[in-house]
Write a protein that binds this ligand. Structure first.
Ligand code: FAD
Length: 534
């Protein structure tokens, strides 16, 4: 029986070039980039990979049509290039998706069309398809289920879609392939800057201290959340990629600045049956009643509706939706769809916290804060990286490396390799649509090995079978039922009630593989929380 990987925690004497705190998009991107440049890297994630914000996104690889409306051209151009890169390096997890914006007047149709042509132009060679102005019939054919009264036409344009939690796992496995040590369920409890960076000649006790050639700057105390064991790990450079929790990590490292880097902003998504919008096109409503955008996106056989943008002072790991957020999504969706969306339609509701960078002078709600990332290097040498979006995780990682080198925290002149290196499990080509159903393609080329494991012919539900769970426990760092049914397989996010019925079997398989408590009770509570109508 394979025991939990945490028992392989690095020995206290180990000194890594870089330690990364946080296993979301940002931290995993940094760990992969740094290890591909030949650095020794360790990453700690206190919960599961992507269990923070990085599994709770709208799952779009996008330049950001609304940032274009704000005139932020360089941000849009950069992200447009990145969406194409991600599709190239992870074709099993990302693909182009056609969006349609319905228009209710000729003026709307023309202004949307003109704006999206600019989006096309900015994408240039990285474009995924041409923007097309649609007449009323074409719009209805592309968006069956959308209210027809006063519909004038629409505009079709292209962005990308991906599976966020599986991409995070794939980054973790790719980093591991490149030599990094990555640990989920391991919390960084304390960070101590090492002030005495000198060494004595051990053969001569009276010798004067020498400056170590490449000293460790930090000592981290790390706890294995399952066993309670703690270890001390030393690193020359520490990257704080803890999302909405970065300010707590800076505080832990003794940073004196009182200015918060992050203002969390909550976003809610609701999942309904595909029958409400039976199409492979996504719908974008560019202006809701209060001036936001609303998405309806086909995903793994269901439809995601969202999202909201609600400032929060606190940052719980499992945030709950506010009643007004649920009402907002249901009422705005009901306005655009030909039949009202009710609480009974909701199969799952999930909530994420955007780590938005706090502006120098706050100018009101978090809606107006830029999504660009920020990198702060403290006097101690602690590097904090946050903000940005999933789409630009690779650029953020490259910028972290540049900051580390320019501040003399690491010595390295190897160029960034992440734009061309295909990620773990990437097939040569991908022909399966990820809008359709949860499927074998999520495992990439690993599926060939999974077919050989016992239980491949034993279905558990929603396309998942026993062999997949066994494989996930053996090779994908899966320990708890939540790891498996929320992030390795997106059952909880798609249909919380069905996920609940699959949980006991998954728990039994995981326990037999790992010998650890798969925390079935916790998952059952979560399933109730993710259901609106019980
Ligand atoms: P996180 O994913 O939160 O990772 C930080 C990790 O640090 C967490 O897993 C946490 O457990 C860990 N951690 C905290 N403290 C410790 C500790 N002491 N020790 C060890 N680990 C610790 N972007 C897009 O590109 N496209 C989209 O469609 C999109 N939609 C979004 C919709 C919503 C509603 C939201 C909220 C965000 C969306 N984003 C989107 C943005 C994107 O999801 C985030 O920018 C990104 O996931 C942030 O990743 P992160 O790694 O910085 O943070």
């Amino acid at each position: 029986m394979k025991k939990f990987s945490q028992l392989d925690l690095p020995q206290t004497s180990a000194v890594f070039d870089m330690a990364v705190i946080g296993g979301g998009a940002t931290g995993l991107g940094v760990a992969l980039d740094a290890s591909l440049r030949g650095l020794s890297v360790v990453l700690f994630e206190s919960n599961d990979f992507a269990s923070g914000t990085s599994s709770r996104s709208t799952k779009l690889l996008h330049g950001g049509v609304r940032y274009l409306a704000q005139g932020n051209v360089s941000l849009v151009r950069e992200a447009l290039a990145e969406r194409k890169t991600v599709m190239h390096i992870a074709p099993h997890l990302a693909q182009p998706l056609a969006f349609v914006m319905p228009a209710y007047s000729c003026w709307e149709k023309m202004t949307y069309g003109a704006g999206l042509k600019v989006y096309d132009l900015l994408a240039g060679q990285q474009g995924l398809g041409h923007t097309k102005v649609l007449n009323r019939n074409e719009t209805q054919a592309a968006l069956p289920g959308v209210r027809a009264e006063h519909l004038n036409g629409g505009v079709l344009y292209w962005d990308g879609q991906f599976d966020d939690a599986r991409l995070a796992l794939t980054l973790a496995r790719s980093a591991q392939d490149a030599g990094a040590k990555v640990f989920n369920h391991c919390r960084v409890q304390a960070i101590t800057p090492i002030n005495d960076q000198t060494e004595h000649d051990p053969s001569n006790q009276d010798s004067k201290p020498l400056r170590a050639p490449n000293p460790a700057r930090f000592s981290l105390q790390v706890e294995d959340v399952f066993s309670g064991d703690t270890r001390e790990v030393k690193a020359r450079c520490v990257v704080n990629a803890a999302g909405v929790w970065v300010d707590g990590i800076r505080h832990m490292a003794g940073t004196e600045s009182t200015r918060r880097i992050v203002s969390p902003s909550q976003g809610v998504h609701i999942v309904v049956a595909r029958a409400l919008l039976p199409t492979d096109h996504a719908l974008l409503v560019p202006k809701t009643d209060d001036g936001r955008v609303l998405f309806a996106v086909p995903w793994l056989g269901s439809t995601i509706l969202g999202t909201t943008d609600t400032p929060r002072e606190d940052a719980p790991h499992e945030p709950l939706p506010f009643e007004h957020e649920v009402e907002f999504i249901l009422s705005q969706s009901s306005k655009i769809l030909s039949r009202p969306v009710t609480r009974q339609d909701v199969k799952s509701v999930w909530v994420g916290l955007r780590p938005l960078v706090t502006p120098e002078k706050s100018n009101g709600g978090t809606k107006t804060i830029s999504r660009e990332h920020t990198i702060v290097v403290d006097e101690s040498g602690l590097i904090t990286v946050t903000g940005g979006k999933w789409t630009t995780y690779r650029v953020m990682a490259d910028d972290v490396m540049k900051a580390a080198v320019s501040h003399g925290l690491i010595k390295n002149n190897v160029p960034c390799a992440t734009s061309t290196m295909r990620l773990h499990g990437a097939p040569q080509s991908q022909s399966i649509s990820i809008t359709q159903s949860p499927g074998e393609h999520l495992f990439g080329t690993d599926i060939e090995r999974i077919r050989l494991i016992e239980g491949f012919d034993q279905p558990i539900g929603m396309g998942l079978n026993e062999a997949m769970v066994r494989f996930s426990a053996r090779e994908e760092f899966t320990v708890t039922v939540e790891d498996m049914l929320a992030r390795r397989w997106r059952a909880l996010f798609l249909d919380a009630k069905q996920a609940l019925s699959m949980a006991p079997r998954v728990a039994a398989i995981l326990e037999s593989e790992t010998g650890l408590d798969p925390k079935l009770d916790n998952f059952e509570l979560l399933c109730h929380q993710y259901q609106l109508a019980r």
